[in-house]
Ligand binder design. Structure first.
Ligand code: GCU
Length: 724
């Protein structure tokens, strides 16, 4: 039988000749990858470990198995190169049998350097370098389930519903001669044997199986494959499957086991404050428990393959998964092989998971422009995914600049759009209009809102939320609008909040928090659930609770303050300083207007659910609540810059400015000068159309990587020379 030896301890890590002892998982960018400046160390570092010859039977093989090394690795044992791997998010194995000695040294050279052939290279998250997932030493007998099939378990088990019965397709790849392969299907929880089959390939029919039914009943079966040689079991592999049917209907949305099941989704990156991507199993579990606590029933594991343990947990928690490869933001001519390899690994390593609903080919790949080559690569990846797993649809997540008539819409089976109206530009309602327009243009294409969100950093608080103010209040308002948009569009198969957690993007410098994307509903350290978290919990969770918003907006200058309570209970009683103030009957969001004087204790009660916050009346607004630079908004209101008759100015909309070729040229050069992220977006007609209602001033005010006042003056002078 195979032996799996955890291989996390006693590694030496060397970076720039400095050598330190480490325990895996490990990354060298936990700090510099999350502090802004876009200057985290992207280079080559070395991990070494001494180990004794393991107890190996004659004919057995020894492998090193890496579950995640970012982003390229070369593995040497006793100074001999035994294997290498490109791609930071999937399992790979290196066979080391023939190079083993009594005393051994493994050396892994890892690099996260810039490359023109390994994805990702351009995206809004940090590409942490390191051996950031578990490593195992595997010893297998000569007769074993293959270790060399794109890092897969060596067996395949996929279920497909046919009416009320399920067909389980089983296949195994065995290295070496063998007598027989036996599959045993058991109920995972009880161990009860349900069926048995034999052969390299087999199909088992289960009449009326216990279905895997999402969060309400994520029932799993376990498939155990055993290979026999000379009458003895030589190797055994087991994995869990679920019997369920998923339908992406362009008109009715998502159906689970034949019933409407709109996906209440969130997206998740695999990092955490202080740890980077070197997370423990416990951290993965905490993340998914927070997602379940909020009431979500689906998760987009962005923008790459996540730890195998995460898919196992999603199977067990009943969370439906959107799975994707990091083919993102910009197509690289030399990157095709790597994108295809990552797709093979994603599918072969995870095709058995009940939770996975689709394989996504790419994310916002046209953000840096469209090309025939890009289109052809999508066609190829689409065919590849269908060939590897005909049981699941392919998907694509588009950037909002991609026009509705793009040929790319004909490639993948289901479509998602990432929309940020109401944050990067425009108003939240425009997201609904955009989706309706696309749905009208493509009535037969299943459509979802695969990203939407607004940044909020808890320091910034206000009674008057505005787009771009990074306040907790605006984020909650924004999500309130989107929840309405999603509820009104049953044709959507789902919506995915960007993002469940704040995450690191070292190139960012926004909202006074360098290196951070603040669109999370929970903070980067997982310590604080922002108010918007409770909004979703009110809509999506059945666990009774009440939550008073604004606990971090303590100092309030207003005479009468708005107190908002989120709950999934039918009524709320508000107490002010212990006295009953008012009771309301309603749904999800309750708003009270409370006269403010001195220190105030607010209690919200509903049945046994309670919450309490403390606020106080202050004479003047607390300046600590306002994001520096936001005063530019007021400066601009006060300081009116020149607006010569017949000429453009910063107060004009992009639509007006683009009324002339000079105006268009001005906008093109402005977009080329950058937008505060490391993704250059071409200013084409689609972009022009999207931004037409934006005033130039509002675009500049959003930039945090420039001196706004200076920029507004300079740009206004240039615009004053462009005739309307
Ligand atoms: C994009 C992208 C994300 C990014 C997000 C954002 O849509 O897909 O990776 O983080 O926008 O700007 O917050």
């Amino acid at each position: 039988m195979r032996t799996i030896i955890p291989f996390q301890d006693q590694w030496m890590f060397t970076k720039e000749d400095v050598c330190t002892p480490v325990t895996l998982p490990h990354t060298w960018n936990a700090v510099d990858g999350a502090d802004g400046g876009n200057d985290y160390y992207r280079g080559t570092c070395v991990y070494t470990k001494q180990f004794e010859m393991p107890d190996v039977q004659l004919g057995s093989l020894v492998y090193l198995e890496f579950l995640g090394v970012n982003s390229s690795a070369k593995v040497y044992v006793n100074d001999l190169l035994c294997g290498s791997h490109d791609g930071g998010y999937s399992t790979f194995r290196v066979e080391i049998t023939d190079v083993l000695e009594e005393h051994n040294t493994v050396r892994v050279e890892v690099n996260n350097e810039i490359s023109d052939r390994v994805y990702p290279q351009r995206a809004d998250f940090t590409f942490y370098g390191g051996i950031y997932r578990d490593v195992n030493l595997l010893i297998v007998p000569s007769c074993h389930f293959s270790m060399d099939r794109d890092g897969s378990p060596g067996i395949l088990a996929i279920s497909k519903m046919k009416g009320k019965s399920a067909q389980i397709f089983l296949r195994a790849v065995v290295d070496d001669l063998y007598d027989k392969i036996v599959y045993r299907i058991t109920e995972d929880d009880s161990g009860t044997v349900i069926a048995e089959a034999e052969g390299e390939r087999a199909v088992v029919k289960l009449e009326k199986p216990h279905l895997w039914n999402g969060v309400s009943d994520p029932f799993l079966y376990r498939v155990t494959a055993s290979v026999y040689q000379d009458g003895a079991v030589m190797d055994e592999v087991s994995l869990c499957i679920g019997c369920r049917s998923f339908v992406f209907d362009p008109k009715k949305g998502f159906l689970l086991n034949g019933k409407s099941y709109p996906l209440h989704g969130v997206s998740r990156h695999q990092d955490r404050e202080g740890f980077g991507n070197a997370l423990t199993k416990e951290m993965h579990r905490e993340d998914l428990e927070l997602i379940r606590e909020m009431g979500a029933n689906a998760v987009r594991l962005a923008h790459y393959q996540h730890d195998p343990y995460v898919y196992d947990l999603c199977d067990r928690m009943g969370l439906i998964v959107w799975a994707e490869i990091p083919y993102i933001s910009e197509h690289m001519t030399k990157g095709n092989l790597n994108a295809e390899q990552q797709m093979c690994e994603l599918i072969h390593q995870n095709e058995h998971h009940a939770c996975i609903a689709c394989w996504a080919l790419s994310n916002e790949i046209t953000a840096s422009g469209y090309s025939e080559e890009l289109y052809r690569e999508h066609v190829y990846l689409n065919e590849l995914a269908h060939a590897l797993d005909p049981s699941r649809p392919t998907a694509i997540a588009n950037a909002f600049m991609l026009p509705a008539d793009s040929p790319l819409h004909e490639v993948a089976d289901v479509i998602g759009y990432n929309l940020y109206f109401g944050w990067y530009l425009g108003t939240a309602d425009q997201n609904g209009e955009f989706l309706d327009a696309f749905h009208a243009a493509h009535p037969d294409k299943p459509l979802a809102l695969t990203e939407y969100g607004a940044d909020a950093f808890l320091k910034w608080q206000t009674a008057d939320p505005k787009r771009g103010d990074y306040t907790e209040q605006y984020q909650a308002e924004f999500h309130r609008a989107i929840l309405k948009i999603l509820a009104e569009r049953p044709y959507l198969w789902g919506g995915f909040v960007w993002n469940m957690f704040d995450f690191a993007a070292d190139a960012r410098n926004e909202g006074g928090m360098p290196g951070r994307n603040g669109k999370g509903l929970v903070t980067f350290d997982r310590k604080i659930r922002k108010d918007a978290f409770y909004l979703y919990k009110a809509y999506w969770s059945e666990e009774p609770f009440v939550h008073i918003c604004g606990r971090r907006y303590i100092d309030r200058p207003e005479e009468i303050t708005t107190v908002t309570v989120y709950t999934n209970r039918p009524s709320v009683t508000l107490l002010v300083n212990g006295k009953r103030f008012s009771e309301q009957i309603g749904r999800y969001i309750f708003t009270f207007l409370v006269p403010l004087e001195g220190e105030v204790v607010l209690n919200a009660v509903s049945g046994t659910c309670t919450d309490e916050i403390r606020i106080r009346k202050v004479e003047t607004a607390n300046p600590d609540y306002i994001l520096p630079g936001q005063e530019i908004v007021n400066w601009l209101d006060r300081e009116v810059l020149p607006q010569p008759e017949g000429y453009c100015s910063i107060y004009d909309t992009v639509g007006t400015i683009c009324g002339s070729s000079d105006g268009i040229a001005f906008m093109e050069s402005l977009m080329q000068e950058g937008n505060g992220t490391n993704i250059q977006v071409p200013f084409d007609e689609t972009m022009q159309e999207m931004m037409k209602n934006e005033t130039l001033a509002s675009i500049v005010i959003r930039r945090n990587d420039i001196n706004k006042e200076e920029a507004l003056k300079v740009l206004n002078r240039r615009l004053n020379r462009i005739a309307k």
